[in-house]
Design a protein around this ligand. Structure first.
Ligand code: THU
Length: 157
């Protein structure tokens, strides 16, 4: 038996101003996308923004439904829109922000497992790492690859 270790590195920023310009733009787009949230049940507004290899940004927000599973998270709303609109472009980064009443929560918004799996698939499709930026009020985390938030990605079929 050999004991193994998975080392996950990420960057923490204390202000959006510390981000490099293109990440800052994407983070602002994710925060702006919170306006499109439709969350009559959870009242938790999430916005996401995907950066494509051509520089375009595609936004999404969580969309809830009375039949709960019919709703969709902000990240998948953004990624599916980006995938449908720009099928030939890699997704190079995704940012997400969440909070109640349109106000950013203190802790960074972290993607659910299903969204991580979808990120993994589009990262594989794009053939290059997709960075993930999680935004909170005064705390921002940046992971350089989806592998860092979904170790041992399922991609066997
Ligand atoms: N939500 C997202 O939009 N993204 C996530 O990664 C986690 C959760 C949404 C789904 C639901 O509309 C609300 O947040 C509360 O769970």
């Amino acid at each position: 038996m050999t004991e193994k270790n998975i080392d996950i590195r990420f960057k923490e920023y204390s202000s959006l101003d510390e981000l490099e310009a293109s990440d800052r733009e994407l983070a602002d787009a994710a925060i702006d996308a919170m306006k499109g949230s439709y969350a009559p049940y959870s009242h938790f507004n999430v916005g996401a923004a995907v950066r494509l290899s051509n520089g375009e940004i595609v936004q999404g927000a969580n969309q809830e439904n009375a039949a709960f599973p019919s709703g969709l998270c902000a990240e998948r709303t953004a990624m599916f829109a980006a995938g449908a609109r720009y099928p030939d472009k890699a997704m190079t980064s995704i940012a997400l922000a969440g909070g109640v009443m349109g106000r950013l929560a203190k802790s960074p918004a972290t993607p659910c497992g299903a969204c991580r799996q979808v990120m993994a698939q589009y990262q594989l499709k794009g053939g290059r790492p997709m960075s993930v930026i999680m935004i909170g009020d005064g705390k921002i985390w940046k992971f350089d690859s989806v592998d860092d938030i979904l170790p041992l990605i399922f991609d066997s079929i």
